[in-house]
Design a protein around this ligand. Structure first.
Ligand SMILES: [Zn+2]
Length: 128
């Protein structure tokens, strides 16, 4: 199979995933709204469990939003014809890597050294 066909397959995976997230996300949003309405009820007693559910739903939505952004960015790179190219060295990222990690913007080698840079760089989280 040619790489162009492989990329088309990855595009389909991304688009399907995007639709899935948006469907799930709408459900999460409804749940969160229902929870908030319940909390506005003066009879309703605030408890740790609902706070936890609130927090869980909020972070779930945040994760879903982030993934849609990553998918959109990947689809944009496809439209620009640069999808699957490493942003550091310009080499083609292996198809296995793209299928496992469709949002990858670096080849395996550069991703590893990038992570090391981040760890040692100014944005590194100090270890206590
Ligand atoms: Zn590279």
């Amino acid at each position: 199979m040619s790489r162009a066909k492989d990329l088309l397959r990855v595009r389909e995976i991304l688009q399907r995933r995007r639709r899935e997230i948006l469907t799930t996300s709408a459900g999460t949003h409804r749940e969160l709204t229902a929870l908030k309405e319940q909390e506005r009820d003066p009879e309703y007693e605030e408890n740790a469990q609902s706070e936890l559910a609130d927090y869980t739903l909020s972070s779930l939505m945040e994760a879903q939003r982030r993934e849609v952004m990553l998918i959109d960015a990947a689809l944009r790179r496809m439209d620009m014809g640069v999808f699957g190219e490493c942003v550091d060295c310009g080499q083609e990222i292996s198809m296995e890597r793209l299928e496992a990690l469709p949002f990858a913007i670096r080849c395996e080698e550069d991703a590893t050294s990038h992570e090391q840079d981040m760890r040692g760089g100014p944005y590194a989280t100090p270890s206590l």
